[in-house]
Design a protein. Sequence first.
Length: 186
Amino acid sequence: MLPYWKNNLIRHNLDVMHIEKNVCDNIIGTLLDIEGKTKDNLNARHDLKEMCIRSELHPTQRDGKWCYSEACYSLSSAEKSKVCKFLKMIKVPNDYSFNISQWVKLEDRKIYGLKSHDSHILLEQLLPLAICGVVPNNVYDANTELSNFFRELCSKALRVDVLDQLATQILITLSKLEKIFLPTFF
């Protein structure tokens, strides 16, 4: 423990932009099934089996290869293309976001190299629009609630009563997300 900590009112600070970037990377990586970024893989599915939860997602072995069923958030190639095309074609004012479209690779149906501010804008504003009508309603609702949480938390003016509501609402939102995504997502 540092000697001056006893004098500090706040002993740690959380960088919201860093947290937003990690959350955004996890969501985008998992929805678009980006290799190395997705939280849905064979090891995560084996973990489900070991924990004896969500048996519909357990891996099975067929002809010597491991297979697993699609989760509710899994997107087809056409759906991934739709999300990526939306993000590639979106027009926003200058300085609103540093040209997110340059990070979208339509041919690969992937997004690479997002900066913290890009992730901030994507998570809070664009992601709910991009996945609307592409993912099931429960996935859309949970992700939209998460986006709303970060938007309120990062607003220019915060009120104590709103923070109290956010503290309560985020518990419900996280519970919804836990029912959708695998434990490795968190």
